[in-house]
Write a protein that binds this ligand. Structure first.
Ligand code: KIV
Length: 272
């Protein structure tokens, strides 16, 4: 069967806000190269993330810590050439935003390479950097909940915000980052109810991964969505290639449709 590519209208941060305001959902996927970017952005994906997960799924490390600014910059160049109109988000990797000057310098590299928004892992302590980036025309996605760059501090890949005090402080810090100018919040590995509370409390769109069904968008790592990453998948992972007769393009389209219809994630793929 030949695959029909449709070039979508270019997505923007304001476009995502409009989707939230309409009460609709959007689908996001990581991308690291030309062909995956072309396929994702032609099959219903609104946001592509050049994530530092590339340290694991591309480079074979056991965490994202070894990833450098140049690694991300290289993959932005590859993804940008294949992008058919998705919003291109890029991670600022470990230790590339430890001060305001450092954040500006490295975010500027990502934007010059073709990113349209940068993602930073952390809470309220990033308010100043967020404000400064936004003042310089660089949109920011804040990444809270499980923040893999802090894996050694967190002590493992586990659900965050189960404790009511920690949950409340996550809500407070998300509001602080929104006030500082963040355009999007990405929430990783939190119980469904906390995902709902944070999404309802914020005006900006919230993208979830392992954060339940109530967030405005969902994201998955490319290799997880296709069942390519070795080992036991996390609870929030669903392999959309398995049993799909339309191949990779069909798997992407099915994932995007499932997110937009609210069918994914279901309870089986969420933390209670
Ligand atoms: O680096 C990445 O791919 C991410 C996703 C897990 C959201 O941050």
């Amino acid at each position: 069967m030949s695959v029909q590519y449709k070039k979508p209208r270019a997505m923007t941060v304001t476009g995502l806000s409009e989707i939230k305001q309409r009460g609709e959902k959007f689908a996001c996927l990581t991308a690291y190269d030309y062909c995956s970017a072309f396929a994702a952005s032609s099959n219903g994906i609104e946001v592509m993330l050049v994530g530092d997960s590339l340290g694991m799924v591309i480079q074979g490390h056991d965490s994202s810590l070894p990833v450098t600014v140049e690694d991300i910059a290289y993959h932005i160049r590859c993804v940008r050439r294949g992008n058919q109109g998705a919003l291109l988000m890029a991670d600022l990797p470990f230790m590339s935003y430890y001060g305001e000057k450092q954040s500006l310098k490295n975010a500027a590299i990502m934007m010059r390479e073709g990113a349209q928004i940068v993602k930073l892992e952390g809470g309220a302590w990033l308010a100043e950097s967020t404000r400064l980036l936004v003042q310089h025309g660089i949109p920011v996605c804040a990444h809270m909940g499980l923040t893999p760059q802090s894996i050694n501090h967190l002590g493992g890949y586990r659900v965050q915000g189960r404790d009511p005090k920690q949950a409340q402080s996550m809500i407070d810090e998300a509001l602080i980052l929104q006030d500082a100018g963040a355009s999007i919040l990405l929430l990783e590995c939190v119980p469904v109810e906390l995902g709902r509370r944070i999404t309802d409390a914020l005006e900006i769109p919230v993208i979830g991964i392992g954060a339940g069904a109530h967030t405005d968008g969902q994201i998955m790592v490319w290799h997880d969505m296709l069942g390519l990453y070795p080992g036991r998948p996390a609870k929030f992972v669903q392999n959309y290639l398995k049993g799909n007769t339309s191949g990779i393009q069909g798997a992407i389209a099915e994932y995007a449709d499932a997110v937009k219809s609210g069918a994914f994630p279901d309870e089986e793929h969420s933390y209670i």
